[in-house]
Design a protein around this ligand. Structure first.
Ligand code: FES
Length: 934
């Protein structure tokens, strides 16, 4: 039943004929085309759909449109004073402040955040931080750590205006995101933001069982009941290989299960039809017969002698083992006079909880298929989709949508196989948008880890032996399990030079959801172990915990556990030096606080902890090249063709900054084509913290190549200082060298040259390819797995309620050696976001297979959970890096949980090693310490 509903939207009258119970969010997006209002959960948990209704913020997904009848509805599209903003000057002060502060990363939460802030500022033009917490508390952000959002709201309240564009070198400047405008206006098209004409939708039918066999009965009656059901996809419809996966030897995940499922949430059918039909079909009317089987719920069950084996290629359910061995740990164990420490760590599944669920659409174009999808890895998606469809890779085009957060979770295929297969078979565009429960059931997770580690040090404090073993629950399919198993042993010692090391790992299959890539590939779990050991050793040795880390820190000239000689850019000592004063001051303050609290009978106790990290940039011992192109056309327009997908981390801005300096033009002179596999060369995955270092080098080489070509045409020799200037205007390039007349090149007279983009007609094209120098690891894990490493250390100040077990992180100080901060605002944003996710890992995040379904019972940090954060950027330039840069995306997260756990220990004497440190665990640990001491 429909009815006519009248309302005002962004100041204009609107009349729609809809079901009165239809969600306002759907009416805005689907009926009115206002896709600036995003949907992250459809349950009022994430706040991405926040709009203003008669002035007050509300989740549009919870409001039936009838309830908004006669109301004044404001969306992000109505925020700017002009209808179609094209620049800073067209924006509202709040939007400008978000851009200036770097408050929008991926941008999926930004419209909701802006509307909540708009509401707040109208009621309270100069809000305090606590009032901002209240005002924005209903909107979740998974990227920014909220600090820059708070900063932006405060700046907007003060209306400080925009800073002028940088005039000097682009590298090192705080250039606002080059793709920021569309994020603060709601114009960025995320995976669910396009609805092609004539489209069908596909919905996966998923297993309610962790392990089962199934049969599908007669689908005829279902088709008769639902004439709009165009197709029911089964495993038999998969045209190519019904097994995909990251590694050539690990292609084990079916697009549609064929008779048996290995985890809850695995897809078995794809229902294809018009939207209303597919919505109307309930799982209960499907002719599926299930035979549930005993499932392996955890690693103990998977390793039991009588456990069933999930895959032929994983005997005893062990997918892969990792190993690094150096020196003789057994000899160290037998050595008298050493001080030793030992720890057991257990972590759980962690959900990426990006605010944008998996989404996209596919269309068949002749004998090719085009996918518009949310992805971190377009070329890998292209190849995997081709495999599933039985096509050549060049028959598949991946057009990345704006990505509403990835963190590793969008490195695996998601909607791709079903939308592509359905579009291929029907010849019509096919769209899929995963629901939040579907995303939580079917997307990969952070690996739960069970780690035992031991370390020994001389009485002087030299760590001389380290033994580590970690088991990782890799779930039902391989995904990125091999990467975790191989990366962890390399990093197991932490950022310390230890001569005798044995580090081993196993990735173990269970009937849990696949565990894959998640910001750090297992290194954050390992860091909890090595940092607990360092704290324990320091206490036993009577050496300050920061100084013990400094003494053992890997530095230039050190050899790592894999035998790699670190030649340069190893800034951990500098990071620790930068933290030293605050370390002493915060601990002294905590001691004073605790003394006063004890006097007053308060249950609150404060503590300060430290965590240190290192992280190899790029793939482990594997080629991972990037290629970038920069074209100059007849109109003197420079176009950067970058396949380095921006998932919110700022890759697009970084590539533009680097290319601009390499070429010698202003960033504003460069237009960007990003990520389309038909238009950009392969720049690899946006993962492993590799884009700044690897693709950044490619962008630098491409810019330099184009500059060289231009200068050669002008017969100008560049100096090392790059004194020659390039001016581009009116179809001409004007090259000026000191003390010589300018030379003008008429670009229209040059013939067009080829580029990866078949539609491009540059007259000059610079091309750069960079592949980090690595070597394979031998059987003992010896070799050079990465060309460079990031280093960092963080301090955490926490307040523990020793009666309730609650932990409040009060302050974080983060020192990170990033080589060179290409864009300090973005580097800080990455550090803030990493700390937020590290805080979640430490204190609250736990995904329980089969139980966790939404963002209501899966807790991630809100704005009110975030502490003050001080960032200290250490620039120990990497000689091989673009302008010295390395990477910071994953490094920012790694030391946070260890620092917080160390701080809890400092405050209470209780060492939490089973994560997350929920109040019940904290209380139990405090009681255990009290009992042991009584
Ligand atoms: Fe907030 Fe990505 S910027 S979720």
């Amino acid at each position: 039943m429909t009815a006519w509903i009248n309302l005002s939207v962004n100041g204009g009258p609107v009349e729609v004929e809809v079901d009165p119970m239809r969600r306002l969010a759907d009416v805005l997006r689907d009926d009115l085309g206002l896709t600036g209002t995003k949907i992250g959960c459809n349950a009022g948990d994430c706040g991405a759909c926040t709009v203003r209704i008669d002035g007050r913020q509300a989740c549009a997904c919870l409001v039936p449109v009838a309830q908004a009848a006669g109301a004044d509805v404001r969306t992000v599209e109505g925020l700017a004073p002009v209808a179609e903003p094209t620049g800073f000057a067209d924006l509202a002060a709040l939007q400008r402040a978000f851009l200036e502060a770097g408050a929008a990363q991926c941008g999926i939460c930004t419209p909701g955040m802006l509307m909540a802030a708009d509401d707040l500022l109208e009621r309270d033009p100069v809000p305090t931080e606590a009032e901002i917490h209240d005002g924005l508390g209903g909107v979740l952000c998974r990227c920014t750590g909220y600090r820059k959002i708070i900063e932006a709201v405060q700046a907007s309240a003060a209306d400080v205006g925009s800073s002028p564009p940088p005039t000097g070198p682009a590298v090192g400047s705080r250039l606002p995101k080059v793709d920021g405008l569309e994020r603060v206006t709601g114009a960025a098209a995320f995976g669910a933001d396009q609805r092609p004409d004539g489209m069908l939708v596909v919905r996966a039918v998923r297993s309610p069982h962790a392990r089962a066999r199934f049969t599908i009965g007669d689908l005829g009656p279902l088709r008769e009941r639902h004439p709009g059901l165009v197709l029911v996809l089964t495993a038999a419809d998969i045209r190519g290989q019904n097994r995909y996966g990251i590694y050539a030897t690990g292609k084990d995940q079916p697009a549609l299960a064929d008779g048996q499922v290995r985890h809850r949430g695995e897809a078995i059918l794809g229902l294809v039809g018009d939207e209303a039909t597919i919505d109307a079909i309930s799982d209960g009317e499907l002719p599926i017969t299930w035979e549930p089987l005993a499932a392996l719920a955890d690693m103990d069950h998977a390793l039991a002698a009588d456990a069933h084996q999930l895959h032929d290629h994983a005997p005893a359910n062990i997918l892969i083992r990792g190993r690094v061995a150096r020196g003789d740990v057994d000899a160290v164990r037998a050595q008298p006079g050493l001080v030793t420490a030992e720890v057991d760590v257990e972590t759980t599944f962690v959900e990426h909880a990006y605010i944008e669920p998996e989404a996209g659409h596919a269309r068949r174009v002749g004998d090719r298929i085009e996918l518009f999808v949310s992805t971190q890895t377009p070329y890998m998606d292209r190849d995997e989709t081709a495999l599933v469809l039985g096509l050549r890779p060049d028959q598949v085009r991946i057009i990345p949508s704006a990505v509403g957060g990835g963190f590793g979770g969008k490195l695996d295929l998601s909607v791709h196989p079903l939308i592509a297969t359905a579009a291929w078979l029907t010849g019509r565009p096919v769209r899929a948008v995963w629901t939040r429960p579907e995303s939580m059931a079917a997307s990969p997770k952070r690996h739960p880890a069970r780690i035992h580690a031991w370390a020994a040090a001389t009485p002087d404090g030299d760590v001389v032996g380290f033994r580590f073993h970690g088991d990782f629950d890799t779930g039902a399919y391989a995904s990125w399990g091999p990467t975790v198993a191989n990366r962890v042993p390399v990093h197991a010692t932490g950022p310390y030079e230890v001569p005798n090391v044995l580090a081993t790992t196993r990735a173990i299959h269970t009937n849990n959801p696949p565990a894959g890539a998640f910001r750090g590939f297992g290194v954050p779990q390992a860091a909890i172990a090595h940092e607990a050991l360092m704290d324990d050793l320091a206490a036993r040795l009577g050496i300050d915990a920061l100084e013990l880390r400094h003494r053992n820190a890997i530095r230039a000239g050190s050899r790592t556990a894999t035998g790699q000689l670190i030649r340069a850019s190893a800034g951990l000592p500098a990071c620790l030096d930068a933290l030293r004063l605050q370390w002493a001051r915060l601990r002294a303050d905590a001691a004073t606080f605790n003394a006063v609290a004890a006097t007053r009978g308060s249950a609150l106790r404060r503590g300060v902890g430290i965590g240190a990290m290192w992280y190899g940039i790029g793939n482990t011992s594997m080629t991972n090249p990037s290629t970038i192109e920069v074209g100059l056309d007849r109109d003197a327009v420079v176009t950067l063709y970058s396949g380095a997908v921006d998932i919110g981390q700022g890759a697009s801005t970084v590539m533009v900054q680097i290319a601009a300096d390499a070429l010698g033009v202003a960033p504003a002179a460069i237009q960007l084509v990003s990520g389309d596999t038909d238009r950009t060369a392969d720049a690899g995955k946006s993962s492993a913290s590799r884009q700044t270092f690897v693709s950044g080098n490619a962008a630098r080489l491409a810019g330099e190549d184009l500059r060289r070509q231009l200068l050669r045409l002008a017969e100008v020799e560049d100096t090392a200082a790059g004194d020659a200037t390039i001016e581009l205007a009116d179809g001409r390039a004007i090259i000026t060298e000191p003390n010589r007349p300018a030379v003008a090149i008429d670009l229209a007279e040059l013939p067009a040259v080829g580029a990866t983009d078949p539609g491009a007609t540059p007259v000059l094209l610079g091309r750069g390819t960079y592949d980090p120098t690595t070597t394979p690891l031998d059987a003992d894990g010896q070799g050079d797995p990465y060309e460079t490493y990031a280093f960092g250390a963080q301090l955490a100040l926490v307040e523990v309620d020793t009666e309730l077990g609650t932990v409040k992180v009060v302050r974080m100080v983060a020192a990170h050696d990033v080589g060179r901060a290409i864009n300090p605002t973005q580097v800080e944003g990455q550090i803030h976001g990493g700390i937020a996710q590290g805080l979640g890992l430490a204190l609250m995040e736990a995904y329980v297979p089969g139980r966790t379904e939404n963002l209501h019972d899966y807790l991630i940090p809100t704005v009110g959970d975030m502490p003050e954060i001080e960032c200290l950027l250490i620039e120990d330039a990497e000689p091989a890096g673009p302008y010295g840069a390395k990477g910071v995306g994953e490094p920012a997260l790694v030391p946070t949980a260890p620092a917080i756990l160390g701080a809890i220990h400092h405050a209470t004497g209780a060492r939490i090693t089973t994560l997350p440190a929920t109040p019940d665990r904290v209380l139990a640990a405090i009681h255990a310490v009290a009992t042991a001491g009584s």
